[in-house]
Design a protein around this ligand. Sequence first.
Ligand code: MIC
Ligand code: SF4
Length: 632
Amino acid sequence: MHVAKTLTEKILAEHIVEGALDKGHEVGIRIDHCLTQDSTGTMAWLEFESLGLDKVQAELVVSYSDHTSLGFKGESTDDHLFLQSIASHYGAKFSKNGNGVCHQVHYERFGIPARTLLGSDSHTPTAGGLGMLGIGAGGADVAVAMGGGLFYLTVPKVMRVVLTGNLPWGVTAKDLALEILRRISVKGGVGHFIEFAGPGVKTLSVPERATITNMCTETGATSSIFPSDAVTKKFLEMQGRGSDWRPLTADAGASYDQTLEIDLSSLVPLVAMPGSPDNVRPVAEIAGTKIDQVFIGSCTNGSYKDIKVVAEILKGKHVAKEIDVVVSPGSRQVWEMLLKDGSFLALTQAGVRMIEPGCNACIGIGFVPGTNSLSLRTVNRNWKGRGGNELGKLALTSPEVAAASALKGAIADPRELSPVTVRVTKLIVDDAMIVEPEGPSAPIRRAPNIAKMAPPRPLPPVLKGEVLLKVGDGVSTDAILPAGPLTQHLRSNLPEIAKFTFHYEDKTFAARAMERGGGFIVGGDNYGQGSSREHAALAPWQVGIKAVIAKSYARIHKANLVNVGILPLVGDVAGFDKGDQLEIDVSDLTRPLVVRNVTKGTTIPVKAELSARDIRMIRVGGLLAMALAGKK
Ligand code: MIC
Ligand code: SF4
C-alpha cells in the first residue's frame, strides 16, 4: 500500500538503514555529505582519526575554514593548517579561508536535493533551501558519518508551514523567519522537522529559502526544508550544476503534526531585540532606537541579493557618521559578483567597510560591540555575549532594515525608501579556493595547541557529588561555553578551553568543579539550545561533570552529552540547589531513577530518557569508546 509521505519522510525512507520510519523511534540513517568547519572541525577530525580508518567513506566530505578566517591568533592559524592537511590526507575537500561560510558555500557548490548532509554546525539545515536534508550534530557524530557510519536520530514530528501571497517591498525572507520565531518561540520547533509548502514557495529564490531554513534552527527544529522545484533547478543551472537537480515534493495527502499558515503579503519588517532570537518586535514599534553598529552578512543573509540590495539602497548616499557599518558577503562567489557589478565601490563610497567572506564578526571575532552599545545585525543569534562582549547588545534583522537603519543611525523602516529590485540571472562560478585532497602521502600538520583528548570514563554504578551550578530556562551553548575572542583559538585544546565553562554565568565554575573532582549541573527547559559545539559537553566533561539534571534538553546538546559520556537526566529541578550533595544509583538506566539529595534529606525521581543504544554508549564512556569497542 502506498502511504503518502512528507518531504522529510521521503528522504528519510530512502536513507534508513536501521529501524523503521515511526515517529518518536530511533533510526540509523545513511549520510551522503558531511561538512566540518574550523571551530568544531579540529575535534571532529581528531575523533575521525581515532577511528583508525584510511580515508573518509561518505560520498562527499568538505572541511571548511570560515569561523576565524582571518586567523586572529596563531592557534587559529594552526587549526586551519591542521584542517587543510588532515582533509587532504583522508580524502576530503578543503574550502580555504575567504571562500565563504560553510553553509552558503555548500548549497551553492555542492548541495543536492533529496540527499542527506550532516554538519558539525547547528545551521547545517541551511541546505534545506535547496531541498537537501541538512542536520547539525556534534563532532563525534560527524566523525562517525565521515567514516561511513550511520547517524542515529529520533524520527521527529513534521510541522508544515503553508505560505501564500508575495513578500511586499521592504519585507524579506528574514522577516518570515523572524515571524515563525515570534509565533512558535525558540522551543516551538523542538522534536520537529519544518517543511515549507503552498503557493508562496515558488515566489522565493533558493538563497531566500536558505535564509529561512538557516534561521529555523533557532526554533530548535531538527531540520527544515523546502521542496525542490523549478526555482531550485534554475539556481543549480546558474551554479553550472543543472545535472544535480532532482524534483522533490511532498505527496498529496501526507499527514502533518502541526500546520502554520503564513500570508507573505501580510508580513511587516521585524527585529529580534537583544537577548533571544524570538524577542521579535515590528520595526514600526521600535523605529528611532539608536544603534552603534551595523553588520550585514553571515550564513543567514550573505547571499548576492542580500548584499546587492544593500548596495542599491546605499548607492550615492552615506551611512550615518556616528555609526560603524561592516558588510561581509557569505561567499567568494558573492564577493566576485559584487566586485564585477560595481556594488563594492558603491558600498565603499557609502562608508561601508567590506570584510572577507567568513563568520568572524558573527561570533565576535572582530567587530565586537562596545559596552552598552546596540549592534544591529543580519545574523541569527543574539544571546548575551554572542558578539564577543557580554555587555554589548545585538538585535537581528534583514539586510533591508539594516541598510535603512545604517543611513539614519537608528532603527528605520525600509518601506520609507524607494523600492529596489534585484534580479539574479547569472552567477560567477570560481572554485579556485576549494582544494582537492592529495591522499595518504599528504603529511598532517599538528601544532602543540592541538591537544590529545583524555581517555573516556565509563559510567560508575553510583554517581556522587555536589550541585555546582543551577541555571534557569533556555540556557544556550554560548552560555555553557562561549564562542568569540576568549575561546575561539582554544577549540583544539580541551584542558585550556574548559577553564571558560559557564564563564558568563559563574566565573568560578570551572575552578570549583576541578577542585571538587566534578559534580552536577542543574538546568531548566531547553537546556543547551543553539550551537552544535560539542565543546559545550566536552568542557564540562573535562572539569569532571558526571550528569546534568534539567527540565528538558535541546536535541544536539543532549546527543553531545551522551556522546561524551555525561548522563542527561530529566526531572523536576525545584528540589535542587547549588551546593546540595547528591547521590544517584545509575546501575540500571532502563528503570526510573531516584536522586538522593543528601543535604536536604529528600529523594527526587528523575528519568534517563535514553535509547538502548544511548545507554550502551554512556556505559562505556561515549560514542568513540563505543565505536572503538566495535559496538553500535
Ligand atoms: C554558531 O553559529 O553558534 C556556530 C559558532 O557556528 C556554532 C558552531 C561552533 O560553535 O563552532 C553552531 O552553530 O553550531
Ligand atoms: Fe558562522 Fe555565524 Fe553562520 Fe555560525 S551562524 S556558521 S558563526 S556565520
